[in-house]
Design a protein. Structure first.
Length: 195
């Protein structure tokens, strides 16, 4: 007997699907692609930033890797490593932790690059274009392999690289202001081999 893969005709069909697991999936050309677990280093960096950002906006506006973000293109959804929500999102996400395309974009999305060329291209190119299209005002690409935090701000509908933070540069968000940590401190505290 041949087992056919589940295919989805719309994002709404996908949202209605429940396979009874806690697995995360990206919807790519109507098929589910399981999202692999994050590396321990990426989780450490995201957790440290979650604590830092919670001091600024409060814990309810900071979401980790489990937040699903609907985007245009393929795949149709992403799971950012860290997201800073608008206040209005808190109530909207009570039933399902999914930011739909018709909702306001989050304030800030952060991705932490995993080793490998495919992963680098995904964060530096594919996600950058999708987040830009989604109108997210600020996007950080944290790259532990080179110990840098690339800050991108949406200017006239396109991301502009506004800072490449490293060493003793203090982390700063155009949306949220200064954080109480340097780039070097972020990578050292998280145990990054390059930090």
């Amino acid at each position: 007997m041949v087992q056919l893969k589940q295919r989805f005709q719309s994002f709404e069909d996908y949202l209605a699907y429940d396979d009874g697991t806690d697995n995360l999936y990206e919807l790519f050309n109507g098929e589910l692609i399981e999202v692999p677990p994050e590396s321990g280093l990426n989780v450490e960096i995201a957790t440290l930033l979650l604590l830092q950002l919670s001091r600024i906006v409060g814990y309810r506006q900071v979401r980790g890797h489990g937040l699903e973000l609907e985007v245009r293109g393929e795949p149709r959804n992403r799971y950012p490593d860290l997201t800073i929500l608008q206040e209005e999102h808190i109530e909207q996400l009570r039933q399902r932790n999914t930011l739909r395309i018709d909702m306001e974009p989050p304030m800030l999305v952060i991705e932490i690059v995993s080793p490998g060329e495919v992963q680098r291209n995904r964060d530096y190119i594919a996600k950058r274009l999708q987040y830009q299209d989604r109108g997210i005002p600020e996007y950080w690409i944290i790259d532990p392999q080179v110990s840098t935090v690339l800050v991108l701000d949406l200017v006239n509908g396109a991301y502009q690289e506004t800072a490449s933070l490293q060493g003793e540069d203090q982390l700063e968000s155009s949306q949220l202001g200064l954080l109480d940590i340097t780039a070097q401190g972020l990578f050292a505290a998280a145990g990054s081999p390059a930090g």
